[in-house]
Design a protein around this ligand. Structure first.
Ligand code: PAF
Length: 287
């Protein structure tokens, strides 16, 4: 199915019709909210590689209103539709699905989908309803695209864990792949929200990564989790312009307290620069 030109489809019926014609090979899906950057490009290239020449790569570009807990964040979320399609084309995407909210959701929709354990901490504790909105839209998109595989970035570590749980608990026959975080040369994790940083905040933001690396080093050298977290939060607070949201060291699978001192862990942070919220994380493993 691979051709060099991306097919833009904006409604569900057309998407189903086109995908029904696909009888063999993998369908690899990358859901996005648009404002695509090098992090997305990396997911799309991995999708192309996984799909191979016979498979089909589908990207969705849909700014999902249901997952925004903050109307200002939704209103200012960057939108670059033309550049997004060009990037899809350059990365070998076959189908870009670009519905609008009215096409995605019934006006009187009344079903919600809530994960109740992994969502209760980190960003979930700070953004009520966010992950229920993510699960709802991803579930709908999975039903529409019916992919064999889907790829999500590890920058949204909690999202990835919750979506893995969703497919496990609901027996959804899709392989979920986590992709490494893509960073700017100075270490800042790529994010669609980075363009909203002021020049001063943009210059200060790479300190998030530097402090995460220092914390990883301290933890893996034996410092206890609580001290590592406190030191990290204190260090992040000294970054010019930062307002702390959270810094937490949790079990990599449950996202709650570490099951044992040697369990794989993740150190996850969220900070505000003005009204821009950035997240980042680092995986930890003691020998
Ligand atoms: O990570 C995102 O961009 C979104 O949360 C997703 C998975 C596309 C759902 O809207």
């Amino acid at each position: 199915m691979y051709s060099c030109s991306v097919q833009k489809i904006s409604n569900k019926q057309d998407l189903r019709r086109v995908l029904a014609g696909k009888k063999s090979g993998r369908i690899v899906f990358v859901p996005t909210m648009g404002a695509l950057h090098e992090g997305h490009a990396s997911l799309l290239r991995q999708a192309r590689e996984l799909a191979g020449a016979d498979g089909c790569v589908v990207a969705s570009i849909f700014l999902n209103p249901v997952q925004f807990d903050n109307a200002g964040d939704l209103a200012t979320y960057p939108s670059t539709p033309e550049a997004d399609l060009n990037l899809c084309e350059a990365c070998g995407v076959d189908i870009a699905f670009t519905p609008d909210p009215a096409g995605m959701y019934e006006a009187d929709r009344s079903i919600s989908l809530e994960e109740t354990s992994l969502s209760s901490v980190l960003c979930g504790a700070k953004r009520p309803g966010h992950f229920a909105g993510v699960c709802l839209v991803v579930n709908k998109l999975f039903n529409l695209v019916q992919p064999t595989d889907a790829i999500f970035g590890k920058k949204d570590y909690q999202q990835l864990a919750i979506l893995r749980r969703m497919v496990r608990d609901l027996d959804i026959p899709i392989a979920i792949h986590g992709a490494e975080i893509v960073r700017e040369a100075d270490g800042l994790a790529r994010s669609s929200r980075n363009v909203r940083l002021t020049p001063e905040h943009r210059a200060a933001a790479p300190a998030i990564r530097r402090n995460l690396l220092a914390a990883k080093h301290a933890y893996e050298a034996g410092r206890d989790a609580e001290t590592v977290c406190c030191d990290l939060a204190a260090a992040l607070e000294t970054i010019p312009g930062v307002r702390m949201d959270y810094a937490e060291l949790v079990d990599a699978e449950t996202l709650h307290e570490l099951r044992s001192p040697s369990s794989p862990a993740v150190l996850a942070v969220a900070v505000w620069f003005g009204d821009v919220r950035l997240i980042d994380n680092i995986e930890l493993q003691r020998a």
